[in-house]
Design a protein around this ligand. Structure first.
Ligand SMILES: Nc1ncnc2c1ncn2[C@@H]1O[C@H](COP(=O)(O)OP(=O)(O)O)[C@@H](O)[C@H]1O
Ligand SMILES: [Mg+2]
Length: 254
């Protein structure tokens, strides 16, 4: 008998309505430990709602959610200790330097060596040179990287990134992608939401498309591509892009 390690995230039959608006109508998904999972959906699809339930900020109407083995409904404190959440809007204090922001969070978490932790994270996110500057002077990408670094203090095994690159310029997006890849390389499980097909394509081990309250497909990029007719040969061979798959399943964007 082989024992599979339990998935980092298990969602089963998740439902959530706001009054008559049925946002999540039975969502099922699993995220393997140490993997990057992209929840892809148009604006208003319910991505933030799902992330808020998974991170114990919002109660589900029905269904079960386990994160790091803990039930979000009955073991919320254990879930909170297992996760970090970075929202769409950076929680960085602009008056403080990058390093001071990190030290502050480490102190709030009662960790022993806040300075050491800060320096290590600055290094990991290529912010060492900028560490002594006020965060107000940072570019969008630097700020978002600092935000992600802050959310890693205390080494949570699972991290939720809700639209980590929305509003960033292309260079800044690439910087954030590198930071996310680095997280997964270290064994952190990452669930990110995005409206950007290329982001899912670039980063994710698995991609799930949330549409009209349900997961309409869930697989690797290669599996998603197989949903469309095989590549056609014209002058060059053209593989269906994730965009082709998305549009075929969801219809027109936005
Ligand atoms: N607190 C709320 N009260 C009422 N409706 C909400 C609330 N939060 C979100 N909604 C609605 O639920 C739907 C899904 O929202 P959301 O989860 O934020 O989607 P996404 O993050 O995919 O853009 C949207 O139609 C949104 O307007
Ligand atoms: Mg959202």
């Amino acid at each position: 008998m082989t024992t599979q390690p339990a998935p980092a995230i298990q969602v089963c039959g998740l439902q959530k309505s706001y009054k008559e608006l049925r946002v999540l109508r039975g969502v099922d998904l699993e995220v393997a430990r140490g993997s990057i999972f992209a929840l892809l959906g148009s604006n208003g699809a319910g991505k933030t709602t799902a992330v808020r339930i998974l991170s114990t900020l919002l109660r589900a109407d029905a269904g079960t959610v386990r994160v790091n083995g803990f039930d979000v409904a009955t073991q919320a404190a254990d879930v909170r200790e297992s996760i970090s959440l970075t929202g769409q809007f950076a929680a960085v204090d602009e008056i403080l330097t990058g390093r001071e922001n990190l030290v502050l969070v480490a102190r709030l978490r009662h960790l022993k060596n806040p300075g050491e932790i800060a320096d290590d994270l600055l290094e990991r996110f290529s912010l060492t040179d900028a560490g002594g500057r006020r965060a107000a002077t940072y570019s969008g990408g630097m700020r978002r990287r600092l935000d992600i670094a802050m959310s890693l203090i205390g080494d949570p095994p699972v991290i939720f990134l809700d639209e980590p690159t929305t509003g960033l310029d292309p260079q800044a997006r690439i910087e954030v992608w590198q930071a996310v890849r680095e997280l997964a390389d270290r064994g952190t499980t990452v669930l990110l939401t995005t409206q950007y097909l290329d982001e899912a394509e670039q980063l994710a081990d698995r991609i799930a498309i949330l549409h009209e309250g349900r997961i309409v497909v869930n697989g690797t990029l290669a599996e998603l591509r197989k949903l469309l007719p095989p590549a056609t040969v014209e002058y060059v061979e053209k593989q269906p892009t994730l965009e082709d798959v998305f549009l075929a399943l969801v219809g027109t964007k936005g």
